[in-house]
Ligand binder design. Structure first.
Ligand code: IPE
Ligand code: IPE
Ligand code: MG
Length: 246
């Protein structure tokens, strides 16, 4: 396993957990079996991330567009989510992890919404890693909702349009309070963002692996983190400027 530099870990790691369905189909299994295996990967990556000292982990679990999947798959996914959240809460408590969620929660079935709220409330005082699940999440929808709320505040005179800057705008996003992700991992070989954190990923390092999410083990995780550590993040500057700064 690769040696990691603990000083150079991403502060906020975001993951698009993709390839559960294909993992199952390649084995002549039902797609939901792939989702069940995917939950095991979630468990191990959450634990490992918290152990090595990642501060924020955000997992794309269900997109706004995923509602359009076959009804039976959506139903199974919702049932699995509810079970995962209820089962994991004691482990989150043990590991001092704070549970958080982003997305249009009004769309969730009431029992899943309740499970989410209760896990967030129970873990609210935890001071370790912040685990955020993106559920019923779409980034364009998030940005539009933010713009509408901001427009209402401007119209009502609560804020003046001249003062609106990036910092103020981000307070209207679901992710308010979370720093921007430094590193994005997507599994299963797809090289796209699929409407995930479009604003927040502006300067994230991107990493794509062919491995499907149920097979994304510790070795693969360390390989991804090793890739992050080898990169130079220039934010528009030159390498020379960066060297002079440090
Ligand atoms: C990711 O796996 C999980 C969700 C989107 C809910 P997929 O279900 O997208 O798996 P593939 O991409 O079809 O293999
Ligand atoms: C993105 O995966 C959403 C999640 C991982 C929850 P999808 O499988 O839905 O994305 P597309 O359809 O391949 O872009
Ligand atoms: Mg997919």
């Amino acid at each position: 396993m690769l040696e990691l530099d603990r000083e150079k870990l991403p502060n906020h790691l975001a993951i698009i957990m993709d390839g559960n369905g294909r993992w199952a189909q390649e084995r002549m299994l039902k797609r939901i079996i792939g989702h069940q295996k995917g939950v095991e990967t979630v468990r191990s990556i959450v634990e490992e991330s918290s152990l090595i000292g990642i501060r924020y982990l955000t997992l794309f679990a269900f997109s706004a567009e995923n509602w359009l999947r076959p009804r039976s798959e959506v139903k199974s996914l919702m049932a699995l989510l509810k079970k995962y959240i209820a089962m994991e809460t004691p482990r989150l408590m043990k590991n001092n992890i704070r549970f958080n969620v982003i997305g249009d929660l009004r769309e969730l079935p009431a029992d899943v919404g309740d499970a989410v709220q209760s896990a967030a409330a129970r873990t609210a005082e935890n001071t370790g890693m912040v685990l955020t699940l993106a559920l019923s999440y779409g980034s364009r929808q998030e940005i539009l909702t933010a713009v509408k709320r901001l427009a209402e505040d401007i119209a009502a005179g609560r804020i003046s349009s001249e003062t609106v800057d990036e910092k103020i705008f981000t307070t209207y996003l679901y992710t308010y309070g979370l720093p921007d992700p430094d590193f994005l991992i997507r599994t299963s070989g797809e090289m796209r963002i699929s409407n995930f954190l479009l604003w927040q990923l502006a300067y994230a390092e991107l990493y794509f692996t062919e491995v499907n999410w149920p097979d994304f083990g510790k070795d693969e995780f360390y390989k991804a983190l090793g890739s992050f550590q080898a990169r130079e993040r220039r934010y528009g500057l030159t390498s020379g400027q960066l060297r002079n700064r440090s």
